[in-house]
Design a protein around this ligand. Structure first.
Ligand code: FES
Ligand SMILES: [Fe+2]
Length: 347
């Protein structure tokens, strides 16, 4: 079950190249995204109405996409406009067209009722596309249920054990956090006061003395986990709001379900310090990317273990799970409300 009346990050804007259809399955729906010759971005159902060939194996012709099998052409609304060798085009020769928006250097797709696709509902992740910020990032394909990654990002106690080479220190797991729901969002806050900086921050910020470090995580349903992270020399006022002596970043994590067992993970790591330093940008791209590969390995291991075990309620929950559990409850409620609304509209 997926929330459908919402925007999902479908791809990086840079992923769509001229004359090259881009295929991606989102919430079990095969989608082809392409740019027409005039530059319009289009998302269609990736399944030809003739014999179900993937349209992504076809080619872009002007303002249409042509199926690579027998040449049916579809316009930007998904309507078939040409059938080689015949004049009449059946009325039902069409595929779904999805609302698509290009914002913050990502493409956002709306799988639900197109009339509800309001671009002002795209979550604010402007740090990925703002002057004064530089934001390297990438995409990972994850063999696991998407909720596992939301759990992972809402509970950073795992940094201590899984990411000791980059962002973990023993103090993360030992420091209590506060988890609270605000409307449909969940916020988890942790301050680690007067402790050594983790290796990646030491390198990025040149810290030699102890620091005050913050992790302020906010989940917006269904798939955004935005993490305000940073540290400042201890005693310079960061907990009171003065970050001027420190460094800060926004870890932007966009989680888009592919199937019930897989998802797409689009991430970027935006910072506002030393933004001209290309070496630092490359270092952070590598360090954060390697860190997330550690998450990928663990998460895929969890998925495999879950699939070979049908004991319900066998696992236990800990204090650190309060953020993830609140998010799970909210998402379940939102999906339930959406299904209820669809059912009553159909009555
Ligand atoms: S399957 Fe697409 S034209 Fe035949
Ligand atoms: Fe992690």
């Amino acid at each position: 079950m997926y929330l459908r009346n919402c925007w999902y990050a479908a791809a990086w804007s840079r992923d769509i190249e001229p004359n090259k259809p881009f295929a991606r399955t989102i919430c079990e729906e095969p989608v082809v995204i392409f740019k027409t010759e005039s530059g319009q971005l289009v998302a269609l159902e990736d399944r030809c109405v003739h014999r179900r060939a993937p349209l992504s194996l076809g080619r872009i012709k002007g303002e249409t996409i042509e199926c690579g099998y027998h040449g049916l052409q579809y316009d930007c609304s998904g309507r078939c406009v040409r059938i080689p060798g015949q004049q009449d085009i059946p009325e039902r020769a069409r595929v779904r067209a999805y609302p698509l928006a290009d914002k913050w250097r990502w493409l956002w797709i709306w799988l639900g009722n197109p009339e509800m696709a309001d671009e002002s509902l795209i979550p604010d992740v402007h740090w990925n596309d703002s002057p004064g910020w530089v934001s390297p990032g990438d995409t990972l394909h994850m063999n696991g249920h998407y909720q596992l990654l939301i759990d992972n990002l809402l509970d950073l106690s795992h940094l201590t054990f899984l990411h000791e080479r980059t962002i973990g220190t023993s103090m993360v797991a030992e420091t209590p956090m506060k988890a609270e729901a605000a409307g449909d969002r969940v916020r988890v806050t942790r301050w680690i006061i007067d402790q050594e900086a983790p290796p990646m921050f030491k390198k990025a910020g040149g810290f030699t003395e102890n620091v005050d470090r913050w992790q302020i995580i906010e989940w917006t349903p269904p798939g955004l986990v935005l993490i305000d992270v940073g540290c400042a020399p201890h005693g310079t006022g960061a907990p009171e709001g003065d970050r001027s002596q420190g460094i800060e970043a926004r870890s932007i994590n966009l989680i888009t379900p592919e199937t019930a067992k897989t998802h797409h993970y689009l991430w970027s790591y935006a910072r506002n310090y030393n933004i001209e330093n290309i070496e630092l940008t490359e270092f952070l791209l590598r360090a954060v990317g390697e860190t997330f590969l550690e998450d990928k390995e663990m998460l895929e291991g969890q998925q495999a273990r879950a699939e070979s075990d049908d004991r319900q309620d066998w696992t236990i929950d800990l204090k650190v799970d309060s953020g993830p559990m609140q998010a799970r409850r909210i998402l379940e409620r939102l999906i339930g409300e959406e299904l209820g609304a669809v059912a009553s509209a159909a009555e």
